[in-house]
Design a binder for this molecule. Sequence first.
Ligand code: GUN
Ligand code: ZN
Length: 433
Amino acid sequence: MTLFRGTFLDTPDDPFTGGRLRTEQDGALLVRDGVIRARGSFADLHRQHPQEDIVDLSGGFVLPGFVDTHVHFPQVRVIGGLGMPLLDWLDRTALPEEARLADRAYAEGVATDFVRGLVGAGTTTALVFGSHFAPAVDTVFAEAARVGLRITSGLVVSDRLIREDLFTDPDRAREESLALAARWHGVGRARYAVTPRFSLSCTDDLLAACADVLQTVPGAMLTSHVNENIREIETVEALFGCDYVTSYDRHGLVGPGTVLAHNVHPTDPELALLAARGAAVAHCPSSNAALGSGLFPLARHRANGVRVAMGSDVGAGTGFSLLKEGLSAYVAQQLLGEAGHPLTPTHLLHLATRAGAEALGLGSAVGDFSVGRRFDAQWIKPAPSTPLDVGLTHATDPGDALAKMFALGTPADVHRVWIEGDPITAPDPHLVG
Ligand code: GUN
Ligand code: ZN
């Protein structure tokens, strides 16, 4: 067993319904086989377990590993394509790069860059939008398995209105998806996600094939996009003759295992439907700002009882860090004025950890430092004399320190990462083993 010593912050209880930031200052977590067996003050736990190895993480703060509920593996190399709305950005920036993943060797390089980006930002669990090419999807599952990252991913499918070299057809989609799920679903930390790109690029026949796969693979998730951009929404409504959420729901694709990204412009009936189905929404604020998609109506999601977690939406999103996404989420709500939902640092941490774990159906395994959870963690420890170091040194309390982490923190401040008790040393050179 190992005794991890440090200052631990987490959010086991939902701050949207009164939960508070939990702080264990000079605390300890006792970890065996990757699972937290006991927690308390270091003095008490060390007295009770004097023989155990101690890993000293004093200085800085230990947070649960982040849970990114929406991130695109093929887009890591095109982050930063600014100045375009969604459909132009897809045509000019994202999809030309996604077409390059037809080459498996190219995809392998992208998978390495991608997994390194996630882990380096303190993300230990992710729902990953895969590639349109099955061999490329194998590369991201393989790289995540090699590093130990907990991912849920799958084949992205489309059969209309985007570039044709990314098209499939319903039979091929069914066959390739089931083959990928057979290779990866439930293997180690991997799970399968059925992934229609967005209903704009999918015929009803293709969405029906997605439903077949979802029913055939027990425990598979469903992920896609919804209500991101006004032009996109108008096109979907013209194609399907119904609202965006219903275009998925008609095929049985909206349920407790569904995560839909963005939902910047939902109608009230759509929010009610998402809540009734128990589906979750991935809030991707840096992407929403970069593409000019709009300001996320968080208060309306909460009022309707729709579950919300955070997504980086790399590569429309401007980086892997959920610290940056948390700050962007806060800013978006501020900009909404009276219609915004005020967010504290505790809300931001909850959205980036516990809420994500619950959205992915992994709430009993990860998302906080309660006894029984896997030890997925990140040690935030900035370099001496940097603005974050100065801020943490002078923080008035742990909540203030957390605010400083969201305001100033970057992947460079993520000093070390563990997944299920194991330190992640490779492939990121800045992570200290
Ligand atoms: N809608 C369909 N595909 C995408 C994508 O790759 N990124 C974003 N932000 N929205 C999408
Ligand atoms: Zn996306």
